[in-house]
Design a protein around this ligand. Structure first.
Ligand SMILES: Cc1ncc(COP(=O)(O)O)c(C=O)c1O
Length: 415
């Protein structure tokens, strides 16, 4: 993929920014991997649901029927976004951490003593810790190459054994920005007779997820990083979900998917709001590539997002590469096939905390720390509290945002 093959976002930037009310304020948000800004349409739908249809679902009266239809439509929007074959493959929950923890409770009950689960040391702790806590699971760790920090497929092959049941891997690291070859990983994992569980939290804001094209077994991400509210999605292939043990009330049937994996059920108003995300992305796609609609429009939108974010990441990376004391933690290229626009770095002789705190005064929001990728900090021999400086861009950011950031970083000192 080169950025010249992708549709341009810049002519639509005014439209894009007009959809995110917080962008009219004084802040330049460059901590989007922590949480993106929220679409007006999302906030409107949350309010509409609460003021118009805040009743229990499943009753005979019309308002309850309308509420159920709204929740069903939001769930369908989530399924369409990831190209799930069946809406029942979408499990919703309060956070990715909660979903993986619920999933581990269910999947873990199917493990036999000595069954193995592979995790990576580049992942967010959400996709690691749940397995360490799962009784009976032997956890093996897929570590990156020390120099490139890439996860090598040959190392995965070497870790897999006939006892491997599940491989848990991030689609894009929330620190490195590096995109992992998930389709190829899934192919190898399946060839070894195991299943793959992908953490797409740091990927889904930047690229269109297609669970069928990736041929993954499980995939999760959080909508509060994808322009929406605090609600998260776990995709599971239909036959896998049907086979998983129920973690809901005892009387909930094994066939009741996704309900048997949604103890306490979903948040109705937030689920309803999800349609506003796909509506927005589809409109963006139709604008950047007139004549498209549906999934083709989503593809066009994310193509433009990839190109624009690559341009933004390139501005920052070009600047950082010229600084002898700066170490970029992750790929130094802005190539959209290699990374998303989440850029981390450390500066020799400086504390990572120096930078965000100084930039606060300029209303530029970035962040430092380990971002719950504690094991990656260990791999890098970095202080787990100071960690890295992380700048995470979204498609609504502008070149001026990055230039302002660069001026701020320079003022603190990168040389
Ligand atoms: C890569 C990655 N995975 C998982 C999570 C956890 O997501 P949640 O806050 O929805 O539990 C995060 C949060 O930042 C993340 O960046």
């Amino acid at each position: 993929m080169t950025t010249t093959d992708l549709p341009a976002l810049t002519p639509q930037l005014d439209f894009v920014r007009s959809q995110f009310p917080a962008l009219t304020g004084p802040w330049t948000f460059l901590d989007n991997a922590g949480g993106s800004q929220v679409l007006t349409g999302v906030a409107d739908r949350v309010r509409d649901y609460l003021v118009q249809t805040s009743v229990q679902l499943g009753a005979t009266y019309a308002v309850s029927q309308e509420a159920a239809a709204r929740v069903a439509d939001g769930t369908r929007a989530a399924a369409e976004l990831i190209n799930a074959a069946d809406v029942r493959e979408v499990v919703l929950g309060s956070s990715a951490t909660q979903l993986v923890s619920n999933f581990a409770q269910s999947f873990g009950a199917t493990l036999k003593e000595g069954d193995e689960v592979i995790v990576t040391s580049t992942d967010h702790e959400a996709n690691i810790g749940a397995w360490l806590r799962t009784r009976g699971a032997v956890v093996r760790v897929w570590r990156p190459q020390p120099d490139t920090l890439e996860l090598q497929l040959a190392d995965l092959d070497a870790l897999m054994t006939p006892r491997t049941r599940l491989v848990c891997v991030t689609h894009a690291s929330n620190i490195l920005g590096q995109i992992n070859p998930v389709a190829e990983i899934a192919r190898r994992v399946h060839a070894g007779g195991a299943q793959v569980f992908v953490d797409g939290v740091a990927y889904a804001p930047h690229r269109l997820v297609d669970v069928q094209a990736l041929d993954v077994d499980y995939y999760m991400f959080s909508f509060y990083k994808v322009f929406g509210p605090h609600i998260s999605l776990l995709y599971g292939r239909l036959e896998h979900l049907l086979a998983l043990p129920n973690i809901n009330h005892n009387f909930v049937g094994e066939q009741a998917i996704p309900y048997k994996l949604q103890p306490g059920n979903v948040n109705y108003e937030l689920t309803y709001s999800l349609r506003a995300i796909t509506d927005y992305l589809e409109e963006l796609g139709m604008r950047v590539q007139p004549g498209t609609q549906g999934r083709a429009a989503l593809t066009a939108a994310y193509g433009a997002i990839a190109a624009h974010e690559s341009m933004l990441a390139g501005l920052l990376l070009d600047h950082l590469r010229g600084k002898a004391r700066v170490r970029i933690i992750g790929p130094a290229t802005a190539d959209p096939a290699v990374r998303v626009a989440t850029v981390s770095f450390v500066v020799e002789g400086r504390a990572s905390s120096d930078y965000p705190q100084a930039l606060d005064d300029h209303h530029i929001a970035i962040r430092y720390g380990n971002f719950y990728a504690r094991r990656l900090m260990d791999e890098l021999a970095l202080d787990p509290v100071e960690g890295v400086v992380r700048v995470s861009m979204a498609h609504y950011n502008t070149a001026q945002d990055v230039q302002r950031l660069i001026a701020g970083l320079d003022a603190v000192g990168l040389d």
